[in-house]
Design a protein around this ligand. Structure first.
Ligand code: PFF
Length: 532
C-alpha cells in the first residue's frame, strides 16, 4: 500500500519531541524492555509447570492471538497520538486520559521494587566470586543478606548491605534517564543488550555441559499433552505473554511515540516478539540445565528443585554456583544477566513516568527527569532496603501485576474496542505505517479475544486472592499493600487526570497539530475502499 503523504525528504512533524534516531534503536529498546526478569526467572518455571514441551502450543496461541495484537494496539496509539500514555490517550479521547495515569502509577509501583531486585542481583554477582553464602544459600539470603524480620509488617530498619547497591542502581538509572531518549535510553540499550546476550549465551552453553543437565532439559521439554485440557494452563500462557511483552504497561505507547513518522510498526513488533520469545526459550534451556545439575548433585528429582522467581535466583542458583565446576563464572554470568535485563526494563518503566510529567507540565527533559526520578528513588530507598522490604515487594508485585496491569489491559481493550470504536481507525494507521498489513482479524483479536482472555484471568485472580490470604501474610498487610495499593492507583489516576494541563504542556503542541493533519488526511476513506 502506498503512503502518498510521506514524500521523501518532507519535513517530519516531530517538532522538539525526541525520536529514536533509527528504527533499529527503537527495536533494541523495545526488546530491552520486554526481556526482563520475567524471561529469565518466570518463563522457565511457568512452562515446566504447565505442560513442559506441550506448553509451547498455548504459548504460541497466546502470542499470536493476544500478545502481538495488543502490542500493535500499543504501537498504534503511541505512534498515532505521539505522546506519553496520558497524553496519547487524552488525544484519542478526553475521558481516556485517566487510563494513562493508571499506567503511570502502575509503573511507579513496579519501579520502586524492581530496583531492589536489580541491586540484590548486583551484590550476588560480587558474592559469586567468593561464594559468600557458604553452604546454606537460603539462610544467607534471608538472614545474613536481607536480614528479613520474622513477620510481615513495615519497619524502617535500613539494611546497609542492600541500601548501598540500591543507591548505585538509582544513580545509574537517573543518569541514563536525564540523558534522554537517544543519548540515554538508546545508548544504554545499545551497550547492555549485546552484553546481556553474549553473557547469557555463554551461561547456557556452560550449563548444558554440566552433569545431569540432560535430566533438567528432559523435565523442561517432555510434553504433557493432557495439560492442554486444563483451562488454567491456557490462562497461564496468556498471563505470561502480556507480562513478557510489556504490553499494557504504557511502555510501548511511550516508546512508539518516539518512533519516526515513517516507520514500520508491525514489522518491528514481530521482530520484538520473536526476539523476546527466543530469549525466553534460551532461558528455559539454561535454567533447566542448571536445575538438572542441582538435582543430580542433591540426588533428587528435578521436580523437587525446580522453582521460579526469587527462590530460583537467590537460593537455587547460589547452590548451583557452589557445586558446579567453574561455579563462580556461572554466578557472575547469571547475576550479571539479571542486572542488565533488569536495568533495561527499569529504564523503560521510568520513561513512562518521566514522559507523562514532561508532557503534562511542559518541562524540559532534565528538570522533568530529576523532579520525577529523585522522589521515586527516595521512596524506593525508604521502603525496600529494610528488614520488611521482602514482604512489601512480594505483596506489591503480586497485586500490581494482577489488579494493575491485567485490569488496566482489560479496561483499555474494552474502551478502545467497544467503547470508542477506534479499532478500525487504528488498524488503518498501522497499515499505513507497516510492511506487514493487518486484516479484520486484528480487530477481532483485540476487541474480542483480548477482553475474553483478560476478563477470565482477572475473575480467576480475584477469586483466589479473596479466598486465601496472599502468601499467608496478615490480612491488614495484604489489605493495605495489596488491595489498598491497587485501589489507590485508580484513585490517584483519577486525581491526576483532574489536574489541569499546564499552559506549557504538550497538549496543544503545534508540532502535533501538523502531524494530526497529516494522519487525518491519511484516514480519509480509501478510494479503493478495501483497506479500512
Ligand atoms: N517484560 C518484562 C519482563 O519480562 O520482565 C516486564 C517488565 C517488568 C517490564 C518490569 C518492565 C519492568 F520494569
Amino acid at each position: 500500500m502506498s503512503t502518498p503523504s510521506l514524500k521523501k525528504g518532507a519535513p517530519l512533524a516531530e517538532g522538539k519531541r525526541e525520536t529514536f534516531s533509527s528504527r533499529k534503536l527503537f527495536i533494541l529498546s523495545a526488546i530491552g524492555s520486554a526481556v526482563g526478569l520475567g524471561n529469565i526467572w518466570r518463563f522457565p518455571y511457568v512452562a515446566y509447570e504447565n505442560g513442559g514441551g506441550a506448553f509451547l502450543i498455548p504459548y504460541l496461541v497466546a502470542i499470536l492471538c493476544a500478545g502481538i495484537p495488543l502490542l500493535f494496539l500499543d504501537y498504534a496509539i503511541g505512534h498515532r497520538y505521539r505522546g506519553s500514555a496520558p497524553l496519547a490517550y487524552r488525544r484519542a479521547s478526553r475521558k481516556a486520559e485517566v487510563l494513562g495515569w493508571w499506567q503511570v502509577l502502575i509503573c511507579f509501583v513496579i519501579a520502586i521494587y524492581y530496583a531492589a531486585i536489580i541491586a540484590w542481583a548486583a551484590m550476588y554477582c560480587w558474592f559469586s566470586i567468593t561464594k559468600a553464602w557458604g553452604d546454606d544459600a537460603a539462610t544467607f539470603f534471608m538472614e545474613d543478606f536481607l536480614q528479613v524480620a520474622p513477620e510481615a509488617g513495615v519497619s524502617l530498619d535500613i539494611v546497609g548491605g542492600v541500601f548501598g547497591p540500591m543507591l548505585g542502581v538509582w544513580l545509574v538509572a537517573i543518569i541514563i534517564m536525564v540523558a534522554g531518549v537517544n543519548k540515554g535510553i538508546s545508548r544504554a540499550n545499545g551497550i547492555f543488550m549485546p552484553l546481556l546476550i553474549v553473557m547469557f549465551v555463554i551461561l547456557v552453553v556452560q550449563s548444558v555441559f554440566l552433569p545431569g543437565a540432560i535430566d533438567g532439559l528432559n523435565a523442561f521439554f517432555t510434553p504433557n499433552f493432557e495439560a492442554l485440557q486444563n483451562p488454567g494452563v491456557w490462562a497461564a500462557a496468556f498471563g505470561h505473554i502480556f507480562f513478557s511483552l510489556s504490553v499494557a504497561f504504557g511502555i510501548m505507547v511511550t516508546y512508539s511515540s518516539y518512533m519516526k513518522r515513517k516507520s514500520d510498526l508491525t514489522g518491528s513488533g514481530y521482530v520484538v516478539a520473536f526476539a523476546n520469545s527466543s530469549f525466553e526459550l534460551l532461558a528455559g534451556i539454561g535454567v533447566f540445565a542448571a536445575l538438572g545439575f542441582m538435582a543430580y548433585n542433591a540426588n533428587s528429582a528435578v521436580g523437587d528443585v525446580a522453582t521460579s522467581g526469587i527462590g530460583l535466583a537467590f537460593i537455587a542458583f547460589p547452590t548451583i554456583v557452589s557445586a558446579a565446576p567453574f561455579g563462580s563464572v556461572i554466578g557472575v554470568l547469571f547475576f550479571g544477566s539479571l542486572v542488565f535485563a533488569g536495568l533495561t526494563s527499569l529504564i523503560s518503566i521510568l520513561e513512562v513516568i518521566v514522559a507523562a510529567f514532561q508532557d503534562k507540565l511542559g518541562w524540559n527533559r532534565k528538570s522533568a527527569t530529576l523532579v520525577v526520578t529523585v522522589p521515586v528513588a527516595f521512596i524506593s530507598m525508604v521502603l525496600f532496603p529494610t528488614t520488611t522490604g521482602l514482604y512489601l515487594l512480594d505483596t506489591m508485585d503480586a497485586f500490581v501485576n494482577q489488579f494493575g496491569i491485567l485490569a488496566c489491559a482489560l479496561v483499555i481493550v474494552i474502551v478502545f474496542g467497544a467503547g470508542l470504536g477506534m479499532l478500525p481507525r487504528l488498524a488503518k494507521h498501522l497499515n499505513r505505517h507497516s510492511s506487514i498489513k493487518l486484516g479484520t482479524g486484528w480487530m477481532v483479536l483485540v476487541g474480542g479475544v483480548g477482553p475474553a482472555a483478560l476478563g477470565y484471568m482477572l475473575i480467576n485472580e480475584v477469586q483466589t486472592k479473596i479466598s486465601e490470604s496472599y502468601s499467608g501474610y496478615p490480612v491488614w498487610f495484604n489489605g493495605v499493600f495489596g488491595w489498598g495499593m491497587a485501589g489507590a492507583l485508580i484513585v490517584g489516576a483519577v486525581l491526576m487526570s483532574l489536574v489541569p494541563w499546564s499552559k506549557k504542556s504538550k497538549l496543544n503542541d503545534p508540532e502535533f497539530e501538523e502531524h494530526q493533519q497529516k494522519v487525518e488526511a491519511e484516514e480519509l476513506p480509501d478510494p479503493v475502499g478495501k483497506e479500512y
